[in-house]
Write a protein that binds this ligand. Structure first.
Ligand code: FES
Ligand code: FE
Length: 441
């Protein structure tokens, strides 16, 4: 689609129209073609460990219940009663063998079957076909490394194929947790942000460039180590564009980051050191045969709106979802997970840091970012401003021929790997977005 004569996305020129972030028609189309077709992250299996455990979330704007059925199988249902549309589950999390609608009392079991209809003889003369009026279930649901993804598209390619090479990095750096007791959620937070969901999503896909400026105060205050002084490092950080529309950045390789974590772990105690060493040994084992060893990444976005945050063995991983709430508003949901075997002291330090300096609603980093997203939105909604596109041209034409790349410690690593300051992951994000909504170049 396009609005009038203007293209929404021109990747070859690095241009993305501001309408992409504000226009209602664009928003409605992406609900259908992006959120109605892509694989979307719903939650982590450890959040619903037992039969009957459930959590409520969203797929695009659609409210969804992720519910473990009596046989232990996770299922995802639209959180709406089939009778006249009332929201069925009003809770965030819990355990239930059935849900009864609070409007007229229809009841559904963990397999989504309609099992109870008040006055079914008197009101429906026993003619209601209950099999026809069960809950609406996602046709596709797959679990990968404990992460549950669903899609409304019955013909969607497999999740493996959709994740592509991003899976290689997640297997090595995130799912190394499986060798350390498995990931477990330790805390969560949420907040409402004023801005289109794509603004935080593309930021996580590959915007290392904003760090020295947006988060400059944190570096000046010493809340974060200043890692932006001097030239591009041989071992990172790198930004990676991964087909079809994923991005991953702040990638570091080799032993440098490991040594830095070790030095920090030594300030905590021997158990922290042991854990950092065990994690690195497990990563090396996982990528055996690859020329370079990835150690960590600080940010990633699995298209469209599932972001993963990390950057150090001492920080754990944040799973962030950017749920669209209209063109100009986003609900941000954040869960922090750690390998079960990580020492308690590290978990507590990381949680304190997240709330103070990091990516929780109260943290410096998150407030820095949210402020930008809000200001971008304010500067994008007005009539004149909307006529001028955003520029995503950083590094355009240099892809795969970056200055000094022959020195980089990235042998055998997949994806299009570029320097820390480049917008090739965002171009990858918007090229896929444009393809999905029907505006390929
Ligand atoms: Fe749920 Fe009527 S809307 S029972
Ligand atoms: Fe940021």
């Amino acid at each position: 689609m396009s609005l009038g004569a203007n293209r929404l996305v021109e990747i070859g020129k690095g241009l993305v129209s501001r309408e992409v972030f504000v226009d209602r028609e664009v928003y409605d189309i992406e609900q259908e073609r992006v959120f109605g077709r892509c694989w979307l992250y719903l939650g982590h299996e450890t959040q619903i460990p037992e039969p009957g455990d459930f959590l409520t979330t969203y797929m695009g704007e659609d409210p969804v219940i992720l519910w473990r059925d009596p046989n232990g199988r996770p299922r995802a249902f639209l959180n709406t009663c089939r009778h006249r549309g009332n929201r069925l589950c009003l809770y965030e999390r819990g355990n239930a063998s059935a849900f009864t609608c609070s409007y007229h009392g229809w009841t559904y079991n963990g397999e989504g079957k309609l099992t109870g209809v008040p006055y079914h003889v008197e009101a429906y003369f026993d003619e209601l076909d209950r099999d026809r009026w069960g809950l609406i279930q996602t046709p596709r649901l797959t679990s990968y490394g404990g992460m549950v993804f669903g899609s409304w598209d019955p013909d969607a390619r497999s999740l493996d194929e959709y994740l592509g090479d991003v899976r290689w990095y997640l297997d090595a750096v995130l799912l190394v947790a499986e060798d350390l007791g498995g990931l477990e959620p330790v805390t969560s937070s949420r907040y409402a942000a004023r801005g289109n969901w794509k603004i935080p999503a593309e930021n996580f896909a590959g915007d290392h460039y904003h760090n020295p400026t947006t988060h400059g105060s944190s570096y000046k205050l010493g809340l974060r180590a200043a890692e932006f002084v001097g030239p591009q490092g041989r071992c990172g950080p790198f930004e990676v564009a991964i087909a079809p529309g994923h991005g991953l950045g702040g990638l570091t390789t080799g032993a440098e980051s490991f040594e830095r974590d070790l030095a920090n772990a030594d300030r905590v105690g021997p158990e922290a050191r042991y854990y950092v060493e065990a994690r690195y040994a497990a990563i090396k084992k996982r990528v055996k045969g690859a020329g370079s060893v990835p150690y960590s990444f600080s940010h990633a976005n699995v298209f469209p709106n599932f972001a993963i945050w990390g950057g150090s063995a001492l920080r754990g991983h944040g799973f962030f979802m950017f749920h669209p709430r209209g063109p100009l508003s986003t609900e941000v949901r954040q869960t922090v997970l750690f390998p079960r075997e990580a020492p308690q002291v590290i978990k507590e330090m990381a949680i304190a840091d997240l709330g103070r300096g990091g990516h929780f609603a109260s943290g410096f980093f998150e407030q820095d970012d949210a402020n930008n997203f809000e200001q971008v939105t304010q500067g994008t909604t007005s009539y004149i401003a909307r006529q001028y596109p955003f520029y995503f041209g950083m590094g355009l034409g240099h892809e795969g021929r970056w200055p000094g790349q022959e020195e980089w410690e990235v042998h055998d690593l997949p994806g299009l790997i570029g320097p820390r300051f480049s917008e090739h992951p965002q171009r990858c994000f918007y090229a896929f977005w444009a393809e999905l909504i029907g505006e390929g170049e």
